[in-house]
Ligand binder design. Structure first.
Ligand SMILES: [Zn+2]
Length: 171
């Protein structure tokens, strides 16, 4: 085995993925070749996986959290100041303060309710439409079964209907 092949196999040796035959050959080479055994030592010292530190690590996110909650606090403070002061200023501010989660929950609930009402309306509309369509179909069916003659002119009048088209009359 030459050094190049040995280098290729080292990663497999570290990960314990070599076949017994390859491993024996590599170990034999390592016993004879000082350079390769040193290289293997260096390789196995390196951590197998990249360090857990990501470009946006814990520090970044905790800073972000801090900035966000500060901004939200400012927002809430501003809203509280804008709101008319209903209670005498001597009293303490109410200890209860809507949490963001609660606000979010309320917003979601309202949205869900609104959507529910809307879709119920849609449902009613479509039920009405279905009933109407069924009505029309029923009428069409009766018309086709018992064809009626559509008068082309009113009796005793020279006025004529423009067929059955509802669009333009001849008035
Ligand atoms: Zn070698």
């Amino acid at each position: 085995m030459d050094c190049r092949t040995a280098e290729d196999l080292m990663a497999g040796l570290i990960d314990n993925e070599l076949s017994p035959g390859h491993q024996a050959l590599l170990e034999e080479h390592l016993q004879r070749c000082h350079a390769c055994s040193e290289l293997l030592e260096k390789l196995s010292e390196q951590p197998l996986s990249p360090p857990p530190m990501s470009p946006m690590g814990d520090e970044f996110w905790s800073k972000m959290d801090g900035a966000l909650s500060a901004a939200i606090d400012d927002e809430l403070e501003g809203a509280a100041q804008d709101a008319p002061e209903a209670e005498p200023s001597g009293l303490k501010k109410p200890p209860w303060r809507p949490s963001l989660a609660l606000l979010f929950y309320a917003a979601t609930l309202m949205f869900a309710l609104g959507w529910g009402l809307y879709s119920q309306q849609q449902l009613q509309l479509s039920q009405q439409e279905t009933a109407m369509l069924q009505d029309i179909l029923e009428r069409e069916r009766r018309l086709s079964v018992q064809p009626v003659t559509i008068p082309t002119a009113l009796p005793g009048s020279s006025h004529t209907f423009a067929n059955n088209t509802p669009s333009r009359g001849t008035f």
